[in-house]
Design a binder for this molecule. Structure first.
Ligand SMILES: Cc1cc2nc3c(=O)[nH]c(=O)nc-3n(C[C@H](O)[C@H](O)[C@H](O)COP(=O)(O)OP(=O)(O)OC[C@H]3O[C@@H](n4cnc5c(N)ncnc54)[C@H](O)[C@@H]3O)c2cc1C
Length: 273
């Protein structure tokens, strides 16, 4: 699957960028989890968006995504695990699939809070964010799944079907810590140790700099210039992930600017300039 632009996210910023790119006749895909994973879908009612005096958050997200699809953008369901520079384009991995884009726009919303104790140190040594990518490595072994996404239950079932002994946790407020020195040996849950060889952490959003090497951050936000260009050429960002105010109107405006900038970048690349 190859596109002029691949957008990570499915909220207002992503949809606005997708519409802008489609209006400039660019091929575009946006990759996002289920509607429940989008922060706006949890809003009971939005009353501050012009032209829509009162609309439920979920209805707004569904209407926005449908509009982008109607305009010709492709909606790909999944969680992006990594973005790799391929020289003239970018490879975006989501689940077991892969999409290529000349440009990438990150619209990932607010990054999650702190990583769990031991998470960064044991990443790739028992800690994984992707069942499809790593599940088979744990066949016949015990794994813990921290399921904080709407489809986490299905992911846990997938691990079971691969032959893993799965312990499933969904309480976001519990205290979790990874155990192990050179590899995962267990998970502490509220002070109680659960021995295991792997821990799958399923969140609806990952810190953006863990997706793409060399992406500069400004505190918890992606650093961008006035054109919404990030530190890696060809990569743009928009919405809550670039900073406050965390509001739909601002996300839509950012997405529009990022879409215009990405279009210009793509045209330059195609023109060989
Ligand atoms: C309860 C609540 C009430 C709110 N009320 C209002 C309000 O009344 N008015 C207002 O203006 N704003 C409100 N907001 C804020 C508003 O929802 C956000 O400002 C807006 O949705 C930001 O849009 P965004 O596109 O930047 O990010 P989001 O809408 O957060 O979308 C980010 C998307 O990126 C996806 N994503 C992240 N990482 C990945 C990845 N690795 N792979 C695939 N997908 C990924 C997420 O799942 C999500 O789909 C509210 C927010 C909440 C939580």
């Amino acid at each position: 699957m190859s596109y002029d632009c691949v957008i990570v996210g499915g909220g207002p910023a992503a949809v606005s960028a997708a519409l802008t790119l489609r209006a400039r006749n660019k091929t575009v895909a946006f990759i996002t989890g289920s509607v429940e994973d989008i922060s706006l879908s949890r809003a009971h009612e939005i009353t501050n968006y012009p032209g829509m005096p009162a609309i439920g958050g979920r209805a707004m997200v569904e209407a926005m995504q449908a509009q982008a699809v109607e305009a010709g953008a492709e909606l790909l369901r999944g969680h992006v695990n990594s973005i790799l520079s391929l020289g003239e384009s970018f490879g975006v991995s989501f689940g077991s699939e892969f999409a290529e884009g000349t440009a990438v726009i990150l619209c990932t919303g607010i990054a999650p809070g702190k990583k769990l104790p031991g998470e960064a140190e044991l990443l790739g040594r028992g800690v994984s964010y992707c069942v499809t990518c790593d599940g088979m490595l744990y066949r016949g072994r015990r794994v813990c799944v921290l399921g904080f996404t709407a489809d986490a239950n299905q992911e846990a079932e997938l691990l079971r079907s691969m032959g893993c002994d799965v312990q499933f946790f969904t309480d976001k407020k519990a205290h979790y810590a990874l155990e192990g020195e050179s590899k995962v040996t267990g998970l502490t849950v509220n002070g109680e140790s659960v021995p295991c060889e792997g821990v799958f952490i399923l969140r609806s959003a990952a810190a953006p700099d863990s997706l793409l090497e060399g992406l500069k951050m400004d505190g918890p936000h992606i650093a961008v210039d006035r054109d919404m260009a990030a530190s890696v050429p060809g990569v743009f960002a928009a919405g809550d992930c670039v900073g406050a105010p965390y509001q739909v109107a601002k996300a839509v405006g950012d997405g529009n600017v990022a879409g215009i900038s990405a279009s210009r970048y793509i045209e330059k690349k195609k023109g060989g300039k």
